[in-house]
Design a protein around this ligand. Structure first.
Ligand SMILES: *Cc1c(COP(=O)(O)O)cnc(C)c1O
Length: 333
């Protein structure tokens, strides 16, 4: 795939590491060999997956002459933290729209990402009710900024449009190059599936390089059926942008909806267990909303014997650990 035809900034410092997780593999019975790709170590304040997407989205904003970025997310959004982070580095204003998906969950004094928004010099924050028309709200903000003489640019939630998902198509290619060099045969890659840019991008990239490694998505907010349609639609649009030949097979989109629990960002026992197992066995910090629930799904599938004995499974760690600090009560119960 040719990524050079798109505007792109230089936010990566080379490939993120792929590490074996021998202690965790042993703790889970030793039948499956677990590996992790450390996208939690990507640059940008406190790291995480949105940096790969923003490398393309913010480049597009600059190409369009923007001097202000508007984006949206949940009240502890990692995407908002990283958008604020790269906006600061690029000398752009950052304006946030936060969706209170869980009623009463916004607290202006909260720690975690909420505190980091403040440190990263977010210019304005507006909190709206769960289920609000976020694009409509962002367009309103854009009109307001234009009237004040600014040139705003809207990045959708999670930077999950074909521009942002391009970053994860590139990640699939990066991963394949690494495992080829390591002589490491990976049988399945497990990724979180939220606003879907990560999952869709990985599928498109894997198809584009003819890698034939199944990508398994763990949902963090929706049912299997609904999420698969969202991922498929974005994957098709992204494949068109990247001119991936032959189209995408619908069967390459596989989501598990069993680990969401009561809803987006709401804790589950299996998430708490997963966060503890990764920390105590591998000294890797997950987060309660995304990587913790994805890891809970991975662990459950290992225990259920879904992967063949001796299989090598790669977990894509998308970051998010700052959110841990706003869930202390959940972990100390
Ligand atoms: C946004 C996010 C995800 C989900 O990625 P999507 O591309 O939105 O599906 C996973 N993990 C973390 C830590 C995130 O912030």
């Amino acid at each position: 795939m040719n990524f050079t035809k798109f505007p792109r900034r230089n936010y990566l410092q080379g490939p993120t590491p792929i590490e074996a997780m021998p202690q965790l593999s042993k703790a889970l019975g030793g039948d499956v060999n677990l590996f992790v790709k450390r996208d939690d170590l990507l640059p940008g304040a406190a790291g995480g997956n949105k940096t790969r997407k923003l490398e393309f989205c913010i480049a597009d904003a600059l190409e369009n002459g923007a001097d202000a970025i508007i984006t949206c997310g949940a009240v502890q959004s990692n995407h908002c933290r990283l958008t604020a982070s790269w906006s600061a580095k690029e000398g752009l204003e950052c304006h946030l729209l936060l969706e209170e998906r869980v009623k009463g969950s916004y607290n202006i004094e909260a720690s975690g990402n909420n505190f980091l928004f403040e440190l990263l010099n977010v210019r304005t924050t507006k909190v709206v009710e769960g289920g609000s028309d976020m694009m409509g709200e962002m367009e309103k903000k854009a009109e307001e900024l234009k009237a004040a003489g600014k040139t705003p640019y809207i990045i959708p939630g999670g930077a999950s449009n074909p521009i942002g998902a391009t970053g994860y198509a590139l990640c699939a290619e990066e991963t394949m190059t690494q495992i080829n060099e390591m002589r490491l045969k990976i049988d399945t890659i497990v990724v979180p599936s939220g606003s879907a840019g990560t999952h869709a991008g990985m599928i498109v990239g894997m198809t584009g390089i003819n890698g034939n490694i199944p990508i398994l998505g763990m949902n963090v907010s929706r049912t299997k059926e609904v999420q698969e349609e969202i991922v498929y639609k974005l994957a098709i649009e992204t494949a068109e942008r990247l001119e991936v030949k032959g189209g995408l097979d619908r069967s390459s989109v596989v989501c598990y909806g069993d680990y969401v629990g009561p809803g987006y960002s709401l804790p589950t026992d299996s998430m708490v267990e997963a966060v503890k197992l990764f920390a105590m066995n591998e000294a890797i910090l997950l987060d309660p909303v995304y990587s913790g629930k994805t890891a809970a799904g991975l662990i459950d599938q290992v225990r259920k014997g879904t992967f063949a004995k001796g299989a090598n499974v790669l977990f894509l760690h998308t970051g998010g650990s700052p959110a841990l600090y706003s869930y202390l009560d959940t972990f100390r119960q």
